[in-house]
Ligand binder design. Structure first.
Ligand code: PXP
Length: 237
């Protein structure tokens, strides 16, 4: 059964738009868990544009399933992660001017920095996932550097006019990673229309989804939006 990781960043985006306390991302996390989310994901960006340090601390203390902290290889965010100790961190590339994460981390190019960070997290007992494009060299490098998990970037699949070549790439990378003993997650751009086709083809143990669920929740309510996504995932098995 593929698990659902619910990304609550955009609940914080909405909260920050007015500078107050509502809507509360922690409350969203608890509602998500009650309605089928198997883990909660949040991204502590260098510019703190949505999730803030205090949110991560409150989530760590409140989440009943597991908390996955998405982050770039910035020293100040690494320090926060080592202090707060989420169950798992997911390492992503980050550019200040980007609207959202644009591509996978280049594990070959950033090998030394990534290897150092993975070693520090492993020593602290924190699992490490690396977000990457579906490429054989990236999978092999993440494995060599000691990552526990990879998250395959599904953005190209979600935006392709012809999904088939992207599905083949994702499938090959997932099969390679599993053969190496890595856990395989997938995420970015997944929605109510494209999730089932992905799951029928690509063997992943968890999908991380945020924007489409938070968007739908405006019309259906957050609990129903999470449940609907969970139902689609369960239907594939
Ligand atoms: N996985 C990663 C690595 C991400 O950066 C994001 C977006 O923060 C997601 C998954 C969730 O993507 P979306 O919000 O498009 O569902």
């Amino acid at each position: 059964m593929t698990l659902l990781g619910l990304n609550i960043d955009h609940v914080a985006t909405l909260r920050n738009a007015r500078g107050g306390a509502e809507p509360d991302p922690v409350q969203a996390a608890l509602i998500a868990e009650e309605n089928g989310a198997d883990s909660i994901v949040c991204h502590l960006r260098e510019d703190r544009r949505h999730i803030r340090d205090a949110d991560v601390r409150r989530l760590r203390d409140s989440v009943k399933t597991s908390l996955q902290l998405e982050m770039a290889l910035h020293q100040d965010v690494i320090a926060v992660a080592l202090a707060i100790k989420p169950l798992e961190v997911m390492v992503v590339p980050e550019r200040r001017e980007e609207v959202t994460t644009e591509g996978g981390l280049d594990c070959v190019r950033h090998s030394r920095q990534l290897g150092d960070a993975i070693a520090r997290f492993r020593e602290a007992g924190i699992g490490v996932s690396v977000f990457m494009d579906a490429e054989a060299a990236q999978v092999a490098q993440a494995h060599a550097l000691g990552a526990h998990t990879i998250e395959l970037h599904t953005g190209p699949y979600c935006h392709a006019a012809d999904a088939e070549p992207e599905l083949l790439r994702l499938e090959a990378a997932a099969v390679q990673a599993k053969a190496l003993g890595l856990e395989v997650h997938a995420g970015h751009g997944l929605n109510y229309r494209n999730i089932q086709q992905l799951l029928r083809r690509v063997p992943v143990s968890k999908v991380n989804i945020g924007h489409s669920v938070v968007s739908r929740s405006i019309f259906t309510g957050f609990a129903a939006a999470v449940r609907e996504m969970k139902t689609l995932i369960e239907a594939v098995g």
